[in-house]
Design a protein around this ligand. Sequence first.
Ligand code: B1M
Length: 215
Amino acid sequence: MSVQLIDELMAALLDLDKPNVVKIVDATTASGDPDLAKRAIDSIAAALQVVGTRFQEGEWFLDELVYSGEIAKEAMEELSPLLRDEGETSAGTIVIGTIVGDLHDLGKNIFMNYASSAGLEVIDLGVNVGIEDFTRAVVDHRPVALGISCLLTSAAGGIGRVIEALSDAGLRSSLKIIVGGAAITEAFANDVGADAFAPDAVTGTDIIRSWSSEP
Ligand code: B1M
């Protein structure tokens, strides 16, 4: 299993060549190598950036966006278990979800895999998560941190409303909130009163680990 094959993964996804993607992903999984799996996931994420540009510029249409998303999702689901640490989870619990109105979950799922491989227990609320579900999960699980993912500019306003609702319910002061996803910036995170913005899954996991080790 070579690094060159990982580069080919990006090209195969951008050619919408599912059989070739499956072949490369199967070989990566068979290698059992977590570093190779990380490279493969990074390669898929890089390809999806290009997909986004093609879609935005009118070069690709919705069916290509949907199909590339489906291929990527299956590939990531197969690769993700390689990232997981089978050891004890002891660094605390986090709750994570994609904000209401937004169905994107590939980045959230990568973030979850990194977080669980770093020893965090992850409660996944899924996509299109509303204020009440976020609030209930915080009450039920008392997490170290709440993570909210958002890729759609039109849905981002919901994050501020979740944070407001948590404050109104008296749950905010004991909770750290981290936000991320392609529609989010550091400035936006500050504006809505989040504790942190993470541009990628590794940074996000490091931030939460630093919170969970605070006395
Ligand atoms: Co959509 N989509 N999409 N899409 N899609 C984007 C986001 C878009 C930027 C494409 C574009 O126009 N250039 C655009 C949004 C524009 C905007 O609002 N600014 C867009 C659009 C418009 C839409 C639809 C409205 C299209 C339509 O129907 N007309 C529609 C919306 C549906 C809805 O949600 N209600 C739609 C649908 C879809 C699919 C379902 C087809 C599919 C999603 C499949 C899925 O997720 N299961 C899809 C895809 C694949 C994309 C692109 C191409 C790729 C997204 C992705 O998975 N990237 C995307 C283009 C782009 O992002 N440039 C696009 C890879 C992923 C690893 O990156 O999620 O950013 P990302 O995650 C990173 C970091 O951001 C970070 O860590 C991850 C890894 O390091 N991170 C966090 C993410 N969440 C985090 C949370 C954290 C911390 C870090 O803390 C909690």
